[in-house]
Design a protein around this ligand. Structure first.
Ligand code: SAM
Length: 279
């Protein structure tokens, strides 16, 4: 029995079901249920929300979410070895946990969950950035989710929350900062996981804004930012020269000095430039 529920401790669960961690699936498990409950609390009140968890593994975070009162949890796990352990959790919380054995990259969120939807996951590092990019760049805004509470490698978390003028500022910072607020809410050492990864991890909490901070066409902005940061050390007049013959005038019209570099330009000016380039 554990501190937060009547299920067996995670070490026993892992031993019983032979869940030897697989590197290819990004498996670094959290075994401390007080810690997983704390991560669940970082997502705010869960009682009125459906929660999507990608990669429940042996179910440490899943149990944290349910113990913290999540209305419903939908857990998507690629590794079929974890299903019996997850079925035990579903039994302990009748009607509140649904598990799908699938690749999260193939899932359409709105088909399975009712709003408000919160996404809370200790993401597998190999698909974490891809999933985040998809969630931050959906076909329509506001997105189907209201918040994302996600564990990343610390270096990725820093890129998400970075401010202009810093080494980590880039595409992810702009994508996250344009239509949401993002902050690091927890910092975890490698020893928090089994097996311990080489690097530190962090939990980022991202809350969707009702509207973008500045007007811009999402596709145009994404492609502009990708071009600008592809050669982040180059002056913008050079990295963006393929976009328009009069790129220097357009940069100035957006309030940007053509000799500036991408990493010094804030989101407002990227949006302004994207609009200027559309005319
Ligand atoms: N949530 C558990 C925890 O905190 O202990 C496990 C987290 S572990 C970092 C990532 C989990 O994601 C693993 O259980 C792995 O099998 C699963 N996974 C990896 N790739 C996946 C994918 N494409 N779709 C769904 N689950 C995936």
């Amino acid at each position: 029995m554990s501190a937060i529920d009547s299920l067996p401790p995670l070490r026993d669960v892992i031993a019983t079901h032979g869940l030897v961690a697989r590197k290819s699936l990004g498996q670094n498990f959290l075994l401390d249920l007080n810690l997983t409950a704390k991560i669940a609390r970082a997502a705010g009140n869960l009682e009125d929300a459906d929660v999507l968890e990608v990669g429940p593994g042996p179910g440490g975070l899943t149990r944290g979410l349910l113990a913290e009162g999540a209305r419903r949890v939908l857990a998507i796990e690629k590794d079929a070895r974890c299903l019996p352990a997850l079925a035990q959790i579903a039994e302990a919380y009748p009607g509140r946990l649904k598990v799908i054995n699938a690749d999260a990259l193939d899932l359409k969120l709105s088909e399975h969950l009712n709003p408000p939807i919160k996404i809370v996951s200790n993401l597998p590092y190999n698909v974490g950035t891809e999933l985040l990019t998809r969630w931050l760049d959906p076909p329509e805004w506001p997105p189907v989710w209201s918040s994302l509470t996600l564990m990343f490698q610390r270096e990725v978390a820093e890129r998400i929350v970075a401010q202009p003028g810093t080494k980590t500022y880039g595409r992810l910072s702009i994508l996250a900062g344009w239509r949401s607020t993002a902050k690091i809410v927890m910092d975890l050492p490698p020893q928090a996981f089994t097996p311990a990864p080489k690097v530190r991890s962090a939990v980022v909490h991202i809350a969707a804004l009702a509207e973008p901070r500045f007007p811009a066409n999402p596709k145009a902005l994404t492609s502009l930012v990708a071009k600008a940061f592809n050669q982040r050390r180059k002056m913008l007049r050079s990295s963006l020269k393929g976009l328009a013959p009069d790129i220097e005038d357009r940069l100035r019209a957006a309030g940007i000095d053509p000799t500036d570099r991408a990493e010094t330009i804030d989101i407002e000016r990227f949006c302004a430039l994207s609009e200027v380039l559309e005319t």
